[in-house]
Write a protein that binds this ligand. Structure first.
Ligand SMILES: *[C@@H]1O[C@H](CO)[C@@H](O)[C@H](O)[C@H]1NC(C)=O
Length: 274
């Protein structure tokens, strides 16, 4: 698979996004090309895309809450709007100073989730901006950290697994308190004396097929760069990098959880065989 084209990403926040709640907990810099989300003991905050999208490549550059971030969660995800919902999630679970963040990913299709994977990152995500992106086409959903694929969810419709294809999704991001579960399973609580907790964002470019919330397909479907052959599967270099993430950084993968899933889910089998 090719590397998604590098496009200009210096797009102001307001072109593609709006704040969702607690508007006074978002700060804007450089004409809105960078923002910060604030979490304090009163509230967190978040934002969402103005448009809805069916397929595309969605990326965000994020610098996560530095220092003591235990109990906080920063999320970046795509979600459809209805009850049988589809969702593609990045969730960053904070930690005590010097302890590693966890990146949890999940995929919901037709309202069914329970497909968590958890990894540590190979860098400190609070030091610099890194790009977190999702490629979504009819063939696969790929999660990238910078250019490294950390997860693939193949279209296994032929094996009876639902794949998101007919509901547009919006992008969302938020920073909130989740100290009941986030850090060491909820043992480490948020230290409010360290508030406010701040996550920084830039790169508000969106490369998707914009459609109405009700749209079942997109007018240019099949013709965009992400639909082309080279984006229908990972290439061998990308499979090797994914294998590297799996062997060195993975803490939890529902595909390997035989207690919870005595029979391996079909989508897990498929990417083992790839
Ligand atoms: C936080 O640090 C502890 C100790 O190093 C580790 O076990 C845990 O996986 C880290 N991350 C989270 C989110 O709990």
């Amino acid at each position: 698979m090719g590397v998604p084209p590098r496009r200009p990403v210096a797009v102001p926040f307001g072109r593609n996004y709006v704040p969702t709640w607690a508007f006074d907990h978002i700060k804007y810099y450089n004409g809105g090309s960078q923002i910060e989300l604030y979490l304090d003991k009163y509230t967190g905050t978040g934002f969402q895309s103005k448009g809805s999208y069916l397929f595309g490549h969605f990326s965000m550059q994020i610098k996560l809450v530095p220092g003591d971030s235990a109990g906080t969660v920063t999320a970046f995800y795509l979600s459809s709007q209805n009850s049988e919902h589809d969702e593609i999630d990045f969730e960053f679970l904070g930690n005590r100073t010097g302890q590693p963040y966890i990146l949890q990913t999940n995929v919901f299709t037709g309202g069914k989730g329970d497909r968590e994977q958890r990894i540590y990152l190979w860098f400190d995500p609070t030091k610099d901006y890194h790009s977190y992106s999702i490629l979504w086409n009819l063939y696969q959903i790929v999660f990238f950290v910078d250019d490294v694929p950390i997860r693939v969810f193949k279209n296994c419709k032929d094996l009876g697994v639902r794949f998101p294809f007919n509901q547009s999704m919006k992008l969302y991001s938020s920073l909130w308190n989740a100290d009941d579960w986030a850090t060491r399973g909820g043992l480490e609580k948020t230290d409010w004396s360290k508030a406010p907790f701040v996550a920084a964002y830039k790169g508000f470019h969106i490369d998707g097929c914009e459609s109405s919330v009700e749209a079942k397909f997109c007018a240019t479907q099949g013709k965009r760069w992400w639909d082309q052959k080279e984006f229908q599967d990972l290439d061998s270099y990308q499979w090797r990098r994914l294998a590297w993430v799996r062997s060195k950084y993975t803490i939890y993968n529902y595909c390997d959880d035989r207690k919870r899933y005595p029979i391996m889910s079909p989508e897990c089998k498929r990417d083992r065989d790839a």
